[in-house]
Design a protein around this ligand. Structure first.
Ligand code: BES
Ligand code: MN
Ligand code: ZN
Length: 483
């Protein structure tokens, strides 16, 4: 359950728990409450390091939680977000919680951004997925959180960002038997109805008549039918010609590898292979409330990747929607196939920019790990806007070169392209080069979120399981988009 947030001028009289930021070396910022002394914190082993917390129970039952925020000169939005998450974890079950945003925090980070970051941290740090727990335990069930000294616009923004991220997490965390392409389409329809977006779903017959050959190829082995989901956001009363941004998400609701089957351990997290689609669809739902001023079209390419008697063979040739033919030499390189059709379709509405999100390559984990996404782009301006947004969101991305010298690795003997490159050579780059064949020269950025989409532990704003990575990067990018 997402907590309810409010701003306050002072600590509410009925508050049960108060969070107070503390710097390292130990310094309690002005206005943070005279109720705790540095000497006492130090004797309890509290140093003020970022993420460290200490609960102090007063005789009247009220609780103060000292929350380390690290060095004063390093304080930024990401620090506040992580401190918020640490605080949420230290709180436990409580009904009325308050945190103070100190003058020191507001000096270094604009009050709106600081409030947004703290709210995101608390909401995302207290996320838990309990839909299939018979006791439905809610370890962090804060009913209301007052941000003392906060800004109400920043607070609303933080709540919308966190809510959209939690929705994406919920979709990915659902077991793959539950969150099928049909179910995700139903979720998107409900979201469109709730938020006033246009929605369009293509079923397997429509996908065939629309020549989505690569998506259908991947779906051939699955008993569950595929879906292409399209959501459209029209900005209110545009004053001048508005830009259109297309978002495309990889939505493999379970990736077994197909006939090029993965190991059992390799499949352990493969319900997260729809992380790109979940991020795109869920972010779309927040655009109206955020008042985004560009037109946005979101596409999710959804299917399972399963082995069976009807599955793709190794050596099959598929025809993508843009007419390109692809030789499938590894059925586990399925993400680029479904995106080939999704990108081809996105190009047809002549967007000013395309951003795709995909859990695309194991190579992303090798090069950048679970905390930094890979960004590849054919356009510096789009790349920079997405990188800056990722930075604001605390979802860092690092640009890799779209090195055209490796394009020949995708040459096929029998078709226009093959779907794998040379073993062990720049797999993240080669996958992006494959996608580039389908963007029709439009300005485009690709985020490979293979590893960041999933976390094996609670860490800062990320919780164990699906992280919802990319939702807030997209929203930060779109709300500041410069055409
Ligand atoms: N969904 C996987 C990529 C992935 C791996 C995501 C690990 C998260 C964690 C993707 O479909 C895949 O299997 N990619 C292969 C491609 C290879 C066969 C060319 C890979 O990267 O190993
Ligand atoms: Mn795969
Ligand atoms: Zn995959």
């Amino acid at each position: 359950m997402t907590p309810v947030f409010a701003v306050g001028a002072s600590v509410p009289a009925d508050g049960e728990i108060l969070g107070v930021p503390v710097f390292q070396p130990l310094a309690i910022p002005e206005g943070a409450g005279a109720s705790i002394s540095s000497r006492f914190l130090k004797s309890a082993g509290f140093e003020g390091a970022l993420g460290q917390t200490l609960r102090l129970q007063a005789t009247d039952g009220s609780v103060v939680v000292a929350v380390g925020v690290g060095r004063a000169d390093r304080l930024d939005g990401d620090v506040l977000r992580r401190a918020g998450a640490a605080f949420a974890r230290a709180v436990g079950p409580a009904r009325r919680v308050a945190v103070t945003l100190t003058a020191a925090a507001r000096r270094r980070v604009a009050t709106g951004a600081a409030t947004q970051a703290v709210v995101e941290g608390i909401a995302l740090g207290s996320y838990s997925f309990t839909a299939h727990k018979s006791n439905g335990d809610r370890p962090h069930h804060h009913v209301s959180v007052t941000v003392v000294g906060g800004d109400s616009a920043g607070l609303r923004r933080g709540q919308q960002m966190a809510e959209a991220t939690a929705r994406a997490r919920d979709w990915v965390n659902e077991p793959p038997r539950v969150m099928t392409p049909r179910r995700l389409a139903a979720e998107a329809e409900q979201l469109a109805e709730d938020t006033g977006l246009d929605v369009d779903i293509w079923d397997e017959d429509r996908l065939a008549s629309e020549r989505m050959g690569c998506l259908l190829g991947v779906a051939a082995g699955a008993a569950e039918p595929p879906r292409l989901i399209r959501l459209v956001y029209e900005p209110p009363a545009p004053s001048r010609a508005r830009a259109t941004v297309a978002l495309v998400g990889k939505g493999i609701t379970f990736d077994s590898g197909g006939l090029s089957i993965k190991t059992s351990d390799g499949m352990r997290t493969m319900k997260s292979d729809m992380g790109g689609a979940a991020a795109v669809l869920s972010a779309m739902g927040a655009l109206p409330a955020l008042g985004v001023r560009v037109r946005v079209i979101g596409y999710a390419c959804c299917t399972e990747n399963m082995p069976s008697g009807t599955a793709l063979h190794v050596g099959d040739v598929l025809t993508a929607r843009n007419g390109a033919t692809v030789e499938v030499l590894n059925t586990d390189a399925e993400g680029r196939l479904v995106l080939a059709d999704g990108l081809s379709l996105a190009v047809e509405s002549s967007p000013d920019a395309i951003i795709d999100l995909a859990t695309l390559t194991g190579g992303q984990r090798v090069s950048l790990g679970s905390q930094v996404a890979a960004l590849l782009a054919n356009d510096d301006d789009v790349a920079e806007q997405v990188l800056a947004a990722a930075d604001r969101a605390g979802e860092p991305a690092w640009r890799l070169p779209l090195w055209s010298g490796y394009r020949s690795h995708l040459d096929s003997d029998v078709a226009d392209l093959k779907n794998i490159g040379q073993p062990g050579q720049a797999p993240t780059i080669v996958a992006a080069l494959f996608l580039q064949e389908f963007v029709g020269g439009r300005p485009w950025a690709h985020l490979d979120i293979a590893s960041p989409a999933w976390s094996d532990s609670d860490d800062g704003w990320r919780t164990k399981g699906a992280t919802g990575w990319g939702v807030r990067t997209l929203l930060e990018a779109l709300r500041a988009w410069e055409a």
